[in-house]
Design a binder for this molecule. Structure first.
Ligand code: HEC
Length: 114
């Protein structure tokens, strides 16, 4: 005599598998957000030499503050440097090294620095 398998068991197993999978998905998402934050910070660190750490220019230094500037303003300046519409000593060269996406990310990043 064989015992019929409980009809509930396969369903429970499927639910458990789904829970594990969604847990993994959430973990992977958190990890990629961290990776994205790191990438952005390292991108922004290439501006630190002349604009201060995270755009925080020190009072009295010959640095140009980027922290807290509105993202739209910063992005427009970066694009104007790139096209040569805004004259620059150095920024026209620097901005040519970044994609539109990167410039947008940088502008947003500095806007969130208080
Ligand atoms: C080698 C020094 C140097 C580096 C590195 C540098 N900048 Fe600049 N930045 C300047 C100077 C100098 C100016 C003034 C314009 C000019 O003469 O090029 C300026 C101006 C700006 C302005 C205009 C600010 C305003 O108030 O209108 C923005 C925005 C800016 N830089 C963003 C950036 C970003 C983003 C990076 C990194 C990707 C960066 N800069 C890297 C030197 C630098």
């Amino acid at each position: 005599m064989t015992t019929a398998p409980s009809p509930h068991q396969p369903g429970l197993r499927a639910v458990a598998a789904l829970l594990v999978l969604s847990g993994l998905a959430i973990g992977a998402q958190a990890q990629s957000q961290d990776a994205q934050r790191l990438r952005l910070r390292s991108l922004a660190s290439s501006c630190a030499q002349c604009h201060g750490t995270d755009g925080h220019a020190v009072e009295g230094e010959a640095l140009i503050r980027l922290a807290g500037l509105p993202a739209d303003y910063t992005l427009n300046q970066l694009l104007a440097f790139r096209t040569g519409e805004r004259k620059a000593t150095i920024m026209h060269q620097i901005t040519k090294g970044y994609s539109q996406d990167q410039l947008e990310s940088l502008a947003k990043y500095f806007a969130t620095q208080k």
